[in-house]
Design a protein around this ligand. Structure first.
Ligand SMILES: O=P(O)(O)O[C@H]1[C@H](O)[C@@H](O)[C@@H](O)[C@@H](O)[C@@H]1O
Ligand code: MG
Ligand code: MG
Length: 294
């Protein structure tokens, strides 16, 4: 059952790819920071709050061309390539899942939380994740089975098991339709009434989720994000000893996620938080879950 399904999975160690990914994330961060305080040309994507700039597109092209030159057989899922019409398909092939700027609204407004998010999967299993919070100069990374780190220091979740003692991170993404907004705001209302200690949102799903890995937050949930927003931070939370789930198994293509310091907190959140219908990123049956609990 666990035999590699494809020859490349026999290569047990992907450290060379990880090291290369980290060096590229640092290069990309320089490009993002150079543009951070400059005037930007902003375009809209799926809603008036779903922005993209020339820097998002240029950074993604830089990352993909550098990786393709070194690993010509590898595949890519890039946020801005998909936005430009590339197919979104996760196969068993070694695949880089890239968000060149996570927190583009923050980038446009110079709100200092923007990140480069790079995940790497083989046989649809995440082998490593890199989240580089550029303005903070915080490099989060994790490799499957080898722990999670922030600037080289080991990370561990808080272990909090009592929801009423939790800081919970979430996002109100780019959706602006009534159903999504009423679902998302009522989720926050119900959590606050539990009560929880606090609800936070940094404006970047990847950095939000990494706060769970540091123990600075105890849980994160999100409905409506995409695989590239959370593929890297999911393995970082897991390798920091956290739980990453949804209704049951974590499915990075479902556009729903709960990451938590413990399964008891994850379970409480799944009871309180409701989803709204989202079309899956790819694979499986079309997203159901119209308003049901996660
Ligand atoms: O800045 P992005 O890469 O577009 O990711 C954003 C997302 O677009 C937005 O809807 C929110 O979910 C943010 O938390 C993401 O980081
Ligand atoms: Mg993103
Ligand atoms: Mg992005």
């Amino acid at each position: 059952l666990h035999a590699p399904r494809t020859p490349h999975a026999a290569m047990a160690d992907w450290t060379d790819c990880l090291d290369f990914g980290i060096s590229l994330a640092k290069q990309a961060s320089e490009a993002v920071l150079t543009a951070f305080n400059r005037q930007k040309e902003v375009k809209l994507k799926s809603s008036p709050a779903d922005l993209v700039t020339e820097t998002d597109q240029r950074v993604e092209k830089m990352l993909i061309s550098a990786i393709r030159k070194r690993y010509p057989q590898h595949r890519f899922i890039g946020e801005e390539s998909v936005a430009a019409g590339e197919p979104l398909e996760l196969t068993d092939r070694p695949t880089w899942i890239i968000d060149p700027i996570d927190g583009t609204v923050n980038f446009v407004h110079r709100f200092p939380f923007v990140a480069i998010s790079i995940a790497f999967t083989v046989n649809k299993q995440t082998e490593f994740g890199i989240v580089y919070s550029c303005v903070e100069d915080k490099l989060f990374h994790a490799q499957r089975g080898r722990g999670a780190f922030l600037n080289g220091e080991p990370l561990h979740v808080s272990g909090q098991e009592d929801i009423s003692r939790c800081v919970v991170v979430t996002e109100i993404g780019a959706e602006r339709d009534d159903l999504a907004l009423s679902t998302l705001t009522s989720n926050i209302f119900r959590l606050l009434k539990l009560p929880v200690h606090g609800v936070r949102a940094l404006g970047t799903a990847a950095v939000d989720m990494c706060q769970v890995a540091t123990g600075g937050a105890d849980a994160y949930y999100h409905i409506g994000m995409h695989c590239w927003d959370i593929a890297a931070s999911a393995i970082i939370v897991k390798e920091a000893g956290g739980v990453v789930t949804d209704t049951d198994e974590f499915d990075m293509m479902s556009r729903r996620v709960i990451a938590a310091s413990s399964s008891s907190v994850a379970n409480r959140i799944s009871q309180v938080v409701r989803a709204f219908p989202c079309r899956r990123d790819c694979g499986g049956a079309p997203g159901a879950n119209g308003g049901a609990a996660l």
